[in-house]
Design a binder for this molecule. Structure first.
Ligand code: NAD
Length: 335
């Protein structure tokens, strides 16, 4: 089987080559999949994509014309794939459903701790031999209320970690997980109540039609003044403009994000020599109580190994005419 891997990054290629063990003919390209770059897939049986690739209606129509039979995602999230078109055109799509929920949850905690204890500012001062402690006051996390929105794989690990910090953990999800109630005393509540009660809110929901802009002006108005908001899920689950307003008026005390709603075409590449032209990003970068990372919560050795192994597993199954167990057939997509 010949496989073209879009958006291939230097850090992941050794993992993919090791997992492949020369089984399939892998070609790596730094180009992202789009309706323009779909043409590159001519002559391949399968493609592999990541979260910044765009497999929209038009792109998938083109991929079909070019003979692509399989799309294997090197990500958990699949909001960038029009599954309805893929299933109509009989292109099989699979993801990596659980490569390491620990990587993402631990990154969420890293953002929370760094923001709360002002580690970036503190380190900048130390580098300048300034050991003044003014404006570095944080809060104890012990006994604070943490609201977990989305208690699936990543949200479950986040619940466990926050429980370990001595926090009261409350959750909002369309499906309750009884194990979290039993093991960590998690209490489920409504989204509104979670916002009213939480000192810290962490988002772990997928991006879909229901969760798009879930965190908007209305729901922010229900939050406690000074709430710390963490988002490692997908950028568009928060309305960034509304969150910026919440930061400006003090309703939101601090924001930690690994994802950004306009990250496509921006993240994963070096734009340090470009003139910045994204106003929201410029505002976020300028705020002392905002900490942003460039979608790298997944970047651990364990996660990269699992992503590579599951990607090759998906290809193995298709090559042998089997189901992968990771097949995406659900029709949840954003038009
Ligand atoms: P998961 O499917 O295990 O959990 C998602 C949870 O969200 C489920 O419990 C589900 O019931 C709940 N949910 C779905 N729709 C909802 C709604 N409308 N309202 C409330 N709850 C809802 O997924 P996961 O593995 O925990 O991953 C969560 C998300 O994290 C992914 O979809 C992906 O977008 C994101 N993610 C980000 C990174 C990163 O590097 N920053 C890496 C992996 C995943």
């Amino acid at each position: 089987m010949k496989v073209l891997l879009y958006s291939a990054k230097d850090f992941e290629i050794p993992y993919l080559e090791k997992a492949n063990n020369n089984k399939y003919q892998l070609t790596f390209t730094k180009e992202a999949l789009s309706s323009q770059t779909a043409m590159m897939s001519v002559g391949y049986d399968a493609i592999s994509i990541f979260s910044a690739d765009e497999a929209c209606f038009l792109t998938i129509e083109k991929l079909k014309d070019f003979g692509i039979k399989y799309i294997t995602l090197r990500s958990v999230g699949y909001d960038n794939v029009n599954l309805r078109t893929a299933s109509r055109l009989k292109i099989r799509v699979a993801n990596v459903p659980a490569y390491s929920p620990y990587a993402i949850a631990e990154h969420s905690v890293a953002l929370l701790l760094a923001l709360n204890r002002k580690l970036i500012e503190s380190n900048l001062r130390v580098q300048h031999y300034n050991f003044n402690l003014d404006n570095l006051v944080g809060i104890d996390l012990n006994e604070k209320t943490v609201g977990i929105i989305g208690t699936g794989r990543i949200g479950s690990v986040m619940t466990k970690i926050m429980h370990g910090f001595g926090c009261n953990v409350i959750g909002y999800d369309i499906e309750e997980n009884n194990k979290l109630i039993d093991d960590y005393n998690l209490r489920y509540t409504t989204l509104k109540k979670l916002c009213e009660l939480s000192d810290i809110i962490s988002l772990h929901i997928p991006l879909n039609a229901e969760t798009h802009s879930l965190i908007n002006e209305n729901i922010i108005s229900e939050m406690k003044t000074g709430v710390i908001l963490i988002n490692t899920a997908r950028g568009a689950v928060i309305n960034t403009e509304d969150v910026i307003n919440g930061l400006k008026n003090g309703k939101i005390g601090a924001l930690g994000i690994d994802v950004y709603e306009n990250e496509k075409g921006l993240f994963f590449n070096d734009h340090s020599q470009d003139i910045p032209n994204d106003e929201m990003l410029m505002i976020l970068n300028a705020m002392p109580n905002v900490l942003m990372t460039g979608h790298h919560a997944f970047l651990t050795d364990e996660a990269l190994t699992n992503i590579a192994e599951t990607t090759i597993h998906n290809l193995d199954c298709w090559n042998s005419g089997l189901e992968t167990g990771n097949e995406l057939t659900e029709i949840i997509y954003l038009s």
